[in-house]
Design a protein. Structure first.
Length: 179
């Protein structure tokens, strides 16, 4: 055999491996990577986002969102059932912030009066974590942004527009929270 021919034989390109011969650890790595990505996306989209846990207002909204769908019961203050003021009380209590709303469990009227006496009730400029009062202080909820609140309605804890319940909007109660 001539030198040219033997060099040609030596210089033949290697045949690429078939897809079936891909090492098992390679597929496992891809599956684990896909799983990690899916978990990350769920965490970012879910109610418990990282942003929510950094500020007092974020913690309030996070805790309130985790109560969505729980049933209504007059006089109940959680963790399985709520009335409107019980929801407000429990959300602030779970975050160690009850002093920001008067320090004790009150009815909607009691919260409204407490904030009004301190000049913290108005009909404008809500901030996330503020309280919202309707029906001349007969109903109360938590402002979560974008014109929406979470409150315990007779159908259960729900997120709804400020003007989307059967009571007229009364005021925002401005809670002094870190935002």
């Amino acid at each position: 055999m001539s030198d040219a021919v033997s060099r040609a034989v030596v210089a033949q390109p290697e045949v690429p491996a078939s897809p079936r011969s891909t090492p098992r650890f390679g597929r496992l790595t891809l599956v684990l990577l896909a799983f990690a990505l899916a978990v990350t996306l769920v965490a970012v989209e879910g109610p418990g986002s990282a942003q929510a846990a950094t500020s007092q207002a974020g913690k309030i909204v996070y805790t309130a969102k985790n109560q969505l769908g729980k049933p209504f019961r007059l006089g109940a203050e959680g963790m399985r059932r709520y009335d409107c003021s019980g929801l407000v009380w429990r959300v602030f209590e779970r975050n160690g912030l009850v002093t920001k709303i008067g320090g004790s469990r009150k009815l909607a009227r009691g919260y409204y009066d407490w904030f009004r006496r301190r000049g913290l009730a108005s009909r404008s400029n809500p901030r996330v974590g503020d309280l919202v009062v309707w029906g001349k202080a007969r109903h109360i909820g938590i402002y979560v942004g974008d014109g929406k609140a979470i409150s315990a309605l007779t159908g259960g804890v729900a997120r709804h527009g400020i003007n989307r319940i059967n009571l007229n909007f009364t005021a925002y109660l401005h809670v002094n929270l870190n935002r």
